[in-house]
Ligand binder design. Sequence first.
Ligand code: ADP
Ligand code: MG
Length: 177
Amino acid sequence: MSGRATIALIGMRGAGKTTVGRALAELLAVPFVDLDESTLAWARRVGVRAGDVGELLVRVGGWTFRRMEAQALRALLEPCQRLVVATGGGTVEDADARAWLRRAARVVWLRADPARLAERIGSDPTSRPALDGRDTLAEIPTVLARREPIYASLAEVVVDSAAGPPEEIAARIREAL
Ligand code: ADP
Ligand code: MG
C-alpha cells in the first residue's frame, strides 16, 4: 500500500463521522476505528479513566485532551494501515494532528450546516461540554466559523452530510476517492 492507506473523516461533532465511517469501512471491507475510543484507551494507559471523551475533556482539560487525541491519531496513522478513522470534531485544531492527517491520510470532510448539527447533537447522549464555556448548541456557529477553513484546507474530498442515509454517503465517498 502507498503512503496514505488510511481514510480519515473530519468534520464537526454531529456531522456523522462515526456513523458514516462505520458504513464506509464496511463497504471497503476494512477495519473501522473511532478516534474517541482510541483517545480513551490512550488516556487509560497513562492512568486516566473516563467513561467518554466529554468526561475525559473535563478531567484533563482542553490542552491535554488535544495532545492525547493527537498522539492517539498518530499511532493510528503512522503504520499506514488500510482502515477508516472517524476523528473528533476538534482534532484538526491541533497542529500535529493536522500534520499527520496531511502526511498519512486521505481526508474526507463531512460538511453540515449549523441547524443540522444542532439537531444531531441534541439526540447524542455523550456528555460533551462546550469548549468556550457557553451552551454547546449556542457555540456551533462560532466553532464552525473557526474550523471551516481548517477542514477545507485538509480535505481531499468534501461530502454533504445531509445527502442521504449513511450508506449512501459512504458510497459517494468511495466513488470520490
Ligand atoms: P459524529 O461522529 O460526527 O459526531 P455521529 O456519527 O455520532 O456524528 O452522528 C450524530 C447523529 O446523527 C447520530 O444520531 C447519527 O445516527 C445521526 N446521523 C449521522 N449520519 C446521518 C445521516 N446520514 N442521516 C441521518 N442521520 C445521521
Ligand atoms: Mg463521532
